[in-house]
Design a protein. Structure first.
Length: 476
């Protein structure tokens, strides 16, 4: 008999250490995809959403539904909250088995189960088929690929699961099960730089995420690739079908293509843009995505993206120093960076330049180059994260060996936020010095008359208080 399954749109989070980065309401497409896959395969599955439901409502649903299986996904900085959520669920319904998924559990599944006793199973990588096999309840856990699980006092890890080749066949996310009215006005395109307008809180705008591809073929040393390095694509037709469904069925006005490598397949990117225009969807929606500099050097494609409705791109730049870019495996150079931002600016696409401070071998001089490059680019927004040694990344391994001066300060996952910079420092750039450079970068970029409106457009209470204490406070 299959297990009734309850999925969480993220853990219950009572307090975040990094309110700057995770400032927005997030529709987690991974959970939505698993939910639709389970329902399509006749598993009795339901959703709870801590973003829009309070704990009393969630508790009431758990008592009524009595799930045999509960799924929670979490980023590294959320895994403690996910463990607390799991324990809370079991206090309400002790028979529930809890599966933890997401990048953290995928990177260090055995350690995750050792650290947090409230998790029973860790799902590694893509979750659709894995959760189906667990919920179907016909196989022994030892026969299910891509999981780590408890067996009495032992923790067992199974062989990895084969990647889903035909992601075109995955069902549409079941947005009809979400309280989408509570997401109006939110934008998902970036975390720290979520486009918040302090003075317009009642504007009607619904942004829905769409997945066009899985995987990342690039070799950045600071990233963990939950979906693997092998690229798999949805067809342009399938992508635009989903966009059209989101517009016609749910009233979406903005689409966020969640892959951070938009345009890695330029043929599909071009076909998608042309199809959006053909169906007249470019007049009904605006869309955003994350991009790489080396994928945005084709002027014709960039112009076509704008024509099809693209109004925002978050572009990973990372550093303004050529040697650092080479050492971190970014695979781009300064001339490409300048050309990509110029082409986007000329096309009329708003951009955000995303930088990281504290790379291995970073110095005061390389940070100065980064800040100067940021201020020279024709970009409206910029973010200056501090390097985080996320589990499973090459950076984490380098930091353990102190390569490039790196030193891990803590493995308290709660402070592994990209903006607060509490997890890592360099021998030549201590923690406090990195924070000083970060504050200086934000001041120099946003305190120009031309960029003050951009800063104001992203203010909320948490960011105002952070700015007073950490950015302007560094002036004294």
């Amino acid at each position: 008999m299959s297990l009734k399954t309850l999925l969480f749109n993220g853990p219950i989070i009572r307090q975040r250490a990094d309110n700057l980065e995770m400032a927005n309401r997030i529709l987690r497409l991974g959970i939505a995809s698993i939910l639709s896959f389970l329902l399509e395969n006749d598993i009795e599955a339901q959703l709870v959403d801590p973003v829009t439901q309070n704990e009393f409502e969630i508790k009431k649903k758990i008592k009524k539904f009595q799930p045999g299986l509960v799924g929670i996904n979490a980023y590294t900085s959320e895994v403690h909250a996910a463990a607390t959520t799991a324990a809370w669920v079991k206090s309400i319904y002790p028979k529930a088995k809890v599966v933890i998924g997401g990048p953290h559990a995928s990177a260090v599944p055995q350690r995750t189960l050792k650290e947090f006793s409230s998790f029973d199973i860790a799902a590694i990588g893509e979750g659709e088929q894995t959760m189906l096999e667990i919920a179907d309840n016909r196989r022994s856990l030892s026969d299910i690929a891509g999981i780590c699980f408890r067996s009495n006092t032992r923790i067992i890890i199974n062989p990895p699961r084969t990647l889903i080749e035909n992601i075109n066949a995955l069902p549409y996310p079941p947005w009809e099960l979400y309280q989408l009215q509570n997401y109006s006005g939110s934008n998902l395109a970036s975390g720290f730089a979520a486009r918040i307008n302090l003075f317009r809180r009642n504007y009607k705008n619904l942004e829905l995420p769409v997945e066009g591809a899985r995987g990342c073929p690039f070799g950045c040393i600071f990233c963990y690739r939950t979906m693997g390095r092998t690229m798999r694509y949805k067809s342009a037709q399938r992508i635009v079908d989903e966009v059209q469904r989101n517009v016609e069925k749910f009233g979406a006005t903005q689409i966020h293509f969640i892959e951070g490598t938009f345009g890695v397949n330029q043929k599909i990117a071009q076909e998608m843009c042309e199809e959006l225009i053909k169906r007249n969807l470019h007049r009904k929606i605006r869309w955003a995505s994350g991009g790489r500099v080396n994928l945005l050097l084709n002027k014709e494609l960039v112009n076509l993206m704008k024509q099809s409705g693209c109004n925002y791109l978050g572009i990973g730049v990372e550093s303004g120093d050529e040697e650092i870019l080479e050492k971190i495996g970014k695979g781009i150079n300064i001339n490409q960076i300048k050309r990509a931002f110029r082409l986007c600016h000329e096309a009329g696409i708003t951009t955000e330049a995303e930088f990281i401070l504290g790379h291995p071998f970073e110095t005061e001089e390389t940070i100065r180059k980064t800040i100067n490059l940021a201020c020279s680019l024709p970009t409206r927004y910029a973010t200056f994260a501090i390097l985080v040694p996320f589990p499973g990344t090459e950076v984490a391994q380098m930091a353990k060996k102190h390569v490039g001066g790196l030193k891990i300060l803590t493995e308290d996952w709660r402070v592994y936020g990209k903006q607060i910079g509490k997890s890592l420092e360099l021998k030549q750039l201590p923690h406090e010095k990195l924070l000083e450079h970060q504050a200086a970068a934000y001041r120099k970029f946003y305190m120009r008359p031309s960029h003050i409106p951009a800063l104001v457009s992203r203010l909320n209470k948490d960011r105002i208080m952070y700015g007073i204490k950490n950015v302007f406070g560094k002036l004294t």
